[in-house]
Design a protein around this ligand. Structure first.
Ligand SMILES: Cc1ncc(COP(=O)(O)O)c(C=O)c1O
Length: 413
């Protein structure tokens, strides 16, 4: 009975962690312990979470449907607006169908653990496959925790390939005897800020008849000429693609989804317990997300401002001689390495009124800590200049490594 007490007191010593409550969410201005702060760590890339149009859409949802949908989709909670949103998400991703989940994390957990279980479920109904079916996942070592957890729960063969290393991925695929192979990768890597080489992954997948699961949490609404995400950025399409996304980042709401072929989506509705054994997205959120999709189309100036801010900050960091791990997306991680130095540096920035998350173990491997700057459409030039002034005056304590040692290190295999 006392085991958890022992673990708790150990961890309090070994991994002290505290987050101060905030009294306002970053737009990117917020308040922490009564102090005004500017966030350079918000997923609310386009500032939509607080946009009047989104708030009005959510209000319409609240008035029409109430606060929550106290049912699962299979038991009376299957609102028509969820179908409308799913059709729109499918179109956005250029896939025939889509299925909604309550969060992005749960999407990855639920879908990745369910896919290999579908054979078993069909067997209960008398399905007898013509050949033995076995499953294997091939996962980028820098994938988000929710992908890693989903694959862990699936309990099937797994190979972690070196970050974005197509030769290594191909070697792993060659070595596998599984009959169903699924490659899983972040679209935009959440802790590294780089973009998956999707066209090359699809070529490898073609050669090995594999499915490709892309988590486009940070690409959706941000990448591509219309904010369609990583697929649109590369202008690729394939029936092999299972496109996952979250509604909690650029779209400023909550929810997750998978867009794919009709049969995959149907199978998930049938056999994914994270879909069928839980209540649904609150209806106001579904309406807010549809409004967000409209705003991304109607107000391209938001995305333009995001990218202007991104370029401005990257140029300033270059001038200062700082080494960013990637510079392709609004996620701009600055290498620090040492965990304590990273946390202290984040604290230094906080004392000057800037919130920048220190990314440390277990989000990344030990010794791979970085400060993750995330740019936002609502950052003003003045805010960015003030941050740059602080970065000019104070530098992190750790030595800067080569790019090779900074990137491509397993987060946790
Ligand atoms: C790559 C990636 N996938 C999934 C998630 C989970 O999404 P959500 O916050 O919507 O649960 C996150 C959240 O940070 C993420 O960065």
């Amino acid at each position: 009975m006392d085991e958890f007490k022992q673990i708790h007191s150990w961890l309090r010593e070994a991994a002290p962690h505290s987050v101060s409550p905030v009294s306002k969410l970053p737009d990117p201005n917020f308040e922490c312990e009564g102090r005004p702060m500017v966030s350079f760590s918000s997923n609310n890339y386009l500032g939509l979470a607080t946009s009047p149009r989104m708030i009005a859409a959510a209000r319409r949802g609240l008035e029409r449907y109430g606060v929550g949908n106290c049912e699962s989709r299979l038991l009376g909670g299957d609102l028509d607006i969820y179908h409308e949103l799913e059709s729109r998400l499918a179109r956005l991703k250029g896939r025939p169908a889509a299925i909604l989940f309550i969060t992005g994390f749960l999407t990855n957990l639920g879908v990745l653990s369910a896919l290999p279980r579908l054979t078993l479920i069909a067997r209960f109904y008398g399905f007898r496959p013509q050949t033995h079916l076995s499953y294997a996942y091939f996962t980028d070592e820098c994938n988000h925790m929710s992908i890693r957890e989903g694959i862990r729960i699936a309990g099937v063969e797994k190979a972690a390939y070196r970050h974005c290393d197509m030769n290594h991925l191909e070697d792993c695929l060659k070595a596998s005897r599984a009959s169903v192979k699924i490659i899983a990768s972040d679209g935009v890597f959440s802790q590294d800020g780089d973009i998956v080489p999707l066209p090359q992954i699809l070529e490898v997948a073609d050669r090995h008849d594999a499915l490709v699961y892309i988590d486009d949490a940070h690409g959706t609404g941000v990448l591509g000429p219309n904010g369609g995400g990583t697929m649109e950025h590369f202008d690729v399409d394939s029936p092999r693609l299972i496109c996952m996304g979250t509604l909690s980042k650029a779209y400023g709401a909550i929810g997750g989804f998978v867009a794919s072929e009709h049969h995959i989506v149907d199978l998930l509705r049938f056999g994914c317990s994270a879909y069928s054994f839980t209540s649904t997205l609150p209806p106001d959120q579904a309406l807010a997300v549809m409004e967000a999709m409209d705003i991304v189309q109607d107000e391209p100036e938001r995305r333009a401002r995001l990218w202007e801010n991104q370029r401005y900050f990257v140029r300033a960091m270059d001038k200062l001689g700082y080494r960013l791990l990637a510079r392709e997306t609004p996620i701009l991680p600055l290498w620090v390495g040492d965990e304590t130095a990273c946390q202290e540096y984040s604290q230094t920035l906080a004392t000057h009124g800037f919130h920048v998350d220190p990314i440390v173990f277990p989000a990344v491997a030990r010794g791979q800590s970085r400060l993750r700057f995330m740019m936002n459409a609502n950052h003003t030039r003045e805010q960015i200049d003030r941050l740059i002034a602080v970065l000019t005056e104070h530098r992190p304590a750790a030595a800067e490594p080569t790019i090779e040692s900074a990137v491509s290190v397993p987060a946790r295999g």
